[in-house]
Design a protein around this ligand. Structure first.
Ligand SMILES: [Zn+2]
Length: 437
């Protein structure tokens, strides 16, 4: 492996810190001279070493680096001295793309789309994110090149995914152009993703997600027009009088779908205060929407939605669809949920790979509820990813953010990077033989 200094005088380099052979935690770095752009800063899910172990406040950064939770990137974290010129660009607000931002030095600018910044502000207000939005987060309009340092330019493009503001990012340096797709979905009405090749196509390097590029899914190419078309009819078909559901906060569109389905079914829909705060922030309040009253600070900030108490819920439970996050399951002990259906709608725990999933199934069983999984993947199918890679026509395609990225072949060269290796752009563009495919 060559040292970083060898490239200082001339050319762009890329280095991957996380996101290879996994669907958790994407981080990579592009450097030119003493300028750096870091793209995404995600947490790797399920670090068993941290379960039940207390963090040492004075040593958080160094401890987490030693455990491999934080990438060993110099001059970047709270406890570091800063040198050079660094920017972090964020594709979207899922935890596997932003989960480590809280450890970053407050003087390093974090850029994201305008819609992402708005959502970040709301998540900050309900205590789910901690970076000082006004001080450190800067928004970037779509389709507008922004100079982040003397030689590095970025441009954000809208793509479709299950979080508002999701972006693909084009990074331009004096010797190369790189497009990073972030996470993408390609339903029938996902015109932004479908348009990406037209507005950002033909880069030198394409870095593309491969979440659904897995052997078991290669032949599955479900035709989905939209999340609403898929989920509303399925929700209306559930025949139990009440529904208890989970959701993932960052999927704002899913909230709208649940509210609409409840309206069509003639039910009152009840959210936890944090979720109701988002319903209010996105102006989705309606006469059949309530929030479950508690004495939290968040409850105090909800004005546009009527509260409901546990006692009121109890007396009228057959009229209700109720949100219940996994960490709030105890609340259900006070309610007549027996016979209700628990709808798992892409909330936490996300899937059977999470040990908490077993716990969720035990809770549902204990409470005498039925269980259905009613979600929609936020990711394009394997065939759609292949289509997108082909349409982007990059000289080199780098698949990542998937368990089996090697199953994707780009239209020209395809390259599977390793973590901890610095790749000079000339190596990627000229010296990759067919054998490294
Ligand atoms: Zn995502």
């Amino acid at each position: 492996m060559m040292e970083q200094n060898d490239f200082k005088n001339g050319q762009t380099t890329i280095q991957f810190y996380a996101g290879l052979k996994t669907i958790g935690g994407t981080i990579f770095e592009i450097t030119y001279k003493n300028e750096r752009l870091i793209a995404d800063f995600g947490i790797v899910f399920q670090n068993n070493l941290l379960k039940g172990v207390q963090l040492r406040p004075q040593h958080v950064i160094s401890d987490l680096k030693q455990l491999g939770v934080l990438p060993s990137i110099p001059n970047l974290f709270r406890s570091d001295e800063l040198t050079g010129d660094t920017t972090i660009a964020i594709s979207h607000l899922h935890l596997d793309h932003i989960g480590l931002l809280q450890y970053v030095h407050p003087d390093i600018p974090i850029i994201m789309s305008e819609e992402s910044k708005a959502l970040y502000g709301h998540l900050h207000a309900i205590g789910e994110e901690s970076v000082d939005v006004d001080r450190q987060v800067k928004s970037v309009p779509f389709h507008q090149p922004i100079q982040v340092s003397a030689h590095i330019q970025v441009e954000f493009f809208p793509v479709n995914h299950d979080a508002p503001g999701t972006s693909a990012i084009r990074i331009t340096t004096p010797d190369t152009t790189i497009v990073y797709t972030g996470d993408v979905r390609l339903h029938g009405d996902d015109v932004e993703t479908a348009n990406l090749p037209n507005v950002a196509g033909s880069p030198d390097i394409l870095i593309i997600e491969t979440t659904n590029v897995q052997a078991d899914f290669l032949d599955k190419n479900p035709v989905i027009q939209s999340e609403a078309d898929e989920l509303i009819p399925a929700l209306l078909k559930i025949d139990s009088t009440s529904i208890v559901f989970n959701i993932y906060h960052r999927n704002v569109r899913r909230l709208e779908i649940l509210i609409e389905a409840a309206r069509q079914k003639g039910k009152i829909i009840v959210f936890e205060p944090e979720t109701a705060y988002l319903v209010q922030a996105y102006n989705m309040e309606a006469s059949h929407v309530r929030y479950l009253l508690d004495d939290s600070n968040v409850s105090n900030q909800i004005h546009a939605i009527e509260p409901i108490t546990v006692e009121e819920l109890n007396s009228d439970f057959s009229q209700v669809w109720l949100q219940s996050s996994y960490h709030q399951m105890m609340t259900l002990l006070d309610l007549p949920v027996k016979g209700a259906t628990y709808v798992h709608s892409n909330g936490v725990p996300l899937g059977s790979f999470d040990p908490m999933y077993e716990g969720l199934l035990e809770w549902v069983d204990k409470l005498g509820m039925g269980f259905v999984v009613l979600g929609v993947s936020g990711h394009a199918s394997a065939a759609q990813i292949k289509w997108l890679a082909d349409a982007m026509q990059a000289k080199v395609t780098i698949p990542l953010h998937g368990f089996t990225p090697e199953l994707l072949q780009g239209p020209n060269q395809t390259f599977l990077p390793q973590t901890g290796v610095i790749y000079p752009i000339s190596t990627l563009l000229k010296e990759i033989g067919p054998s490294s495919k």
